[in-house]
Unconditional design. Structure first.
Length: 726
């Protein structure tokens, strides 16, 4: 059976959106139907009659005014027109997000007028009477959020279409024959929208890169990066520039720095880490206090402003940690070698050095450039073994070297004392209102081909908390040092939680017998911490952890310091990871500039940079999340015949989301797949209710499921409902 050829263009029946756009762009000039037809490049009788009809309808709706017979002006009520962004749903409708509205404005699909998800638009808002949900119509697309999309190409005789897996992309993209390039039918491709002709159903585009065949591992990973506009490799000229850098340690440079090479120094990182951007030094002082150094790779020494290397790092703004690879911010010669604080090597560092009392009080502080020598490289597991056992003989099953070895008494003593001090610092943070989110992270054991062999959960232990507390201390003290000088700086800020989200969360957790105290922000923090402790190890833990994190505001970079709510810090910045975060590079540069007596820099310039870094961080986070979803689907493909115990993690009118207890993979059971009754969605109970039996399927219920479909391209799992757990 031959495939039906789709036509890329159809005659438009309703010109009201285009008429409003023309009139709003020429607000003081009246137009008649002929002038509008000329603007739209339409002169046939049918189109002319439709324009006349639409003008009369718009006038009757009081969206435009007939100033004289046959001539129209847009209604001169400026408050009906707003600028904001489009938030598409998966149902081809959207919401208009604008600061001037308490609730989002609904945009029906026929009023989108070619706006796509996250586009900046001008919208005419109507139906604003009290008690009515406001609705709107897109009058103009001011700026596209993105013009490049990933999808699968369907090649016809004289043209092609590209369909994306993104549920928020409601249209496919028409590709003329001469812009298909080397793509073959069914390939995953990256396409660019070039134009959207006035009478075209779909935007017109061109293939700019062929990514491979759907379902192949490298294709899907590169598709994730391309979808978010993230690079997969460095431009040749950037690599060449980086390779030519002099990365040797020079005596002339050492002379300009505080020499810490004789102070006991070591690193603690994940066992598979290749870039070590922080180290700790430890020294007992004669007065009974301790000198603790937080030493950070001096990336800014190599990364000179205005170079192609710096431009590339700024554009990337962050390393991207996908499930099977790292896409670094800096070329490997820097990230894994010159800047990495590898054991038994001298390195340039930027340091925060504190004199700390036995009660973990900071007595003195010093910031500046240093040179260090790392005496030991620990994995978290090795440091954890010392903390738990007080034994300095690392056994084979813990050692990252594959052999048993003995840690020096000096390093063992330092590790135990740093752990003791870190626990005091952590306790103080919690007492001050910090929130502890130790959400379980899903990790995969991969074979040499990148195929998932198993799943394990990453849990933070004392060794992780040890490093975390001293990194937090350095970040806080650096921010405080500059903040109190009232000079422009790059802060990491975190606003108070969204009250509406907390109330919605309370509705859900009440079903499990939990509650949140809303009396003040301090009570909310304590209440959330108590909740995290209470749910620890229970079947609903991951669900409630996720809900709690979603109720929080997103942390971001800004020159305007509002503090960090989640950490309960008045001042906070990112100083400790310049190998993988560009804001840390900016912090290093600003700190050195101010240490040298520099005047406050231009705030607007740095706020623009902060916004860029926050946006890139968000894209990287989305890509990382998609790569995990992809690997979960890939893992479950090999377990299609198995039964799994799952917890209902979401309930909607079209089905239930189920998270498998043993591996945290989440999929959907469609409502029509539950055969033991006819179920309907009860919004108040967040539940599906059986019409005959009154059986309820609600959040937190345990059920058994089996894989029905594992779609690698869409990164979606569908489950068969088997039975309720006893």
């Amino acid at each position: 059976m031959s495939k039906k050829i789709r036509k890329p263009i159809k005659k438009e029946k309703d010109f009201s959106g285009k008429i409003l756009k023309i009139l709003s762009q020429n607000a003081n000039k009246p137009f008649n139907y002929k002038q509008i037809g000329a603007k739209l490049e339409l002169d046939d009788t049918n189109s002319r009659n439709q324009i006349i009809k639409d003008l009369k309808i718009l006038a009757a709706q009081k969206k435009i005014i007939e100033t004289e017979p046959g001539k129209y002006l847009v209604k001169a009520i400026s408050q009906d027109y707003y600028e904001g962004t489009i938030d598409m749903t998966s149902r081809k409708t959207a919401y208009f997000i604008c600061d001037e509205f308490e609730e989002d404005v609904f945009i029906p699909s026929n009023n989108l007028n070619r706006a796509l998800d996250k586009d900046k638009v001008k919208v005419y808002v109507y139906n604003r009477r009290k008690g009515k949900r406001p609705e709107g119509e897109v009058i103009e697309v001011i700026e596209r959020d993105k013009t490049e999309f990933v999808g699968v190409i369907d090649i016809q005789t004289n043209f092609a279409f590209v369909s994306t897996a993104n549920p928020k992309m409601y249209t496919d993209i028409f590709i003329p024959k001469d812009k298909i390039g080397d793509a073959e039918n069914g390939d995953v491709v990256l396409v660019k929208i070039d134009d959207w002709p006035k009478r075209a159903d779909s935007p017109f585009g061109s293939v700019i890169r062929v990514l491979g065949k759907p379902g192949e591992h490298n294709t899907e990973i590169h598709a994730i990066l391309a979808e978010y506009g993230l690079p997969s490799e460095f431009p040749v000229e950037v690599e060449v520039y980086a390779q030519k850098l002099d990365t040797s340690i020079q005596e002339s440079e050492i002379a300009k720095r505080r020499d810490m090479r004789d102070t006991l120094t070591f690193t603690i990182d994940p066992k598979d880490a290749k870039d070590f951007d922080d180290a700790l030094s430890f020294k007992k002082l004669e007065n009974g206090n301790y000198e603790i150094g937080i030493h950070i790779a001096d990336v800014s020494y190599y990364l000179e402003e205005g170079t192609i290397l710096d431009d590339e790092a700024y554009q990337r703004a962050t390393s991207v940690y996908l499930v099977d690879r790292v896409v670094p911010m800096l070329p490997e010669v820097l990230s894994n070698f010159a800047c990495s604080l590898r054991p038994n090597e001298e390195k340039y560092t930027f340091s925060a050095i504190f004199e700390v009392s036995p009660a973990a009080q900071v007595v003195n502080q010093w910031f500046g450039r240093t040179v260090i020598y790392s005496d030991q490289r620990f994995a978290y597991e090795e440091a954890q073994y010392i903390i738990e056992t007080k034994d300095n003989t690392i056994p084979v099953d813990v050692s990252i070297t594959g052999e048993s070895y003995v840690v020096s008494d000096e390093i063992t003593e330092a590790t135990l004392k740093l752990d003791e001090l870190a626990k005091i610092l952590r306790k103080k943070r919690m007492q001050n209102g910090a929130i502890s989110f130790d959400k379980v992270e899903v990790k995969f054991n991969l074979d040499g081909e990148g195929e998932p062999e198993g799943v394990y959960f990453k849990v933070s232990k004392d060794a992780n908390h040890l490093i975390e507390e001293f990194m937090l201390l350095a970040n806080r003290k650096v921010a405080e040092y500059i903040g109190k000088q009232k000079k422009t700086f790059v802060y990491r800020i975190h606003d108070e939680p969204n009250e509406d989200k907390l109330i919605a969360m309370q509705t859900v957790i009440a079903k499990f017998g939990y509650k949140i105290d809303f009396r003040n922000k301090g009570d909310i923090a304590k209440s959330l911490n108590s909740l995290m402790e209470e749910v620890n190890g229970k079947k609903e833990q991951n669900l409630i952890d996720t809900l709690a994190i979603r109720s929080m505001s997103k942390a971001k970079y800004s020159t305007e310091n509002i503090g960090h709510y989640g950490l309960a810090f008045e001042y906070y910045s990112h100083f400790t990871s310049p190998i993988r975060r560009y804001p840390d590079v900016m912090v290093h540069r600003l700190l050195q500039y101010y240490l040298d007596g520099g005047a406050s820099v231009d705030e607007e310039t740095y706020e623009t940079k902060c916004l860029h870094c926050s946006n890139m961080e968000s894209l990287a986070t989305n890509a990382e999340r998609d790569s995990i979803k992809y690997m979960q689907v890939k893992y479950m493909q090999d377990h299609q015949d198995e039964e799994f115990l799952g917890v209902i993690s979401g309930v909607t009118e079209w089905g239930i989301y189920v998270e498998i207890v043993s591996n945290k993979c989440e999929g959907m059971v469609r409502i029509r797949e539950i055969k033991d009754d006819y179920y309907t969605f009860d919004e108040k109970q967040y539940a599906l209710v059986g019409a005959t039996s009154n059986h309820i399927l609600q959040l937190g219920d345990e059920i058994y499921v089996k894989v029905k479909n594992a779609d690698l391209v869409k990164k979606q799992l569908d489950f068969h409902f088997l039975r309720r757990a006893e």
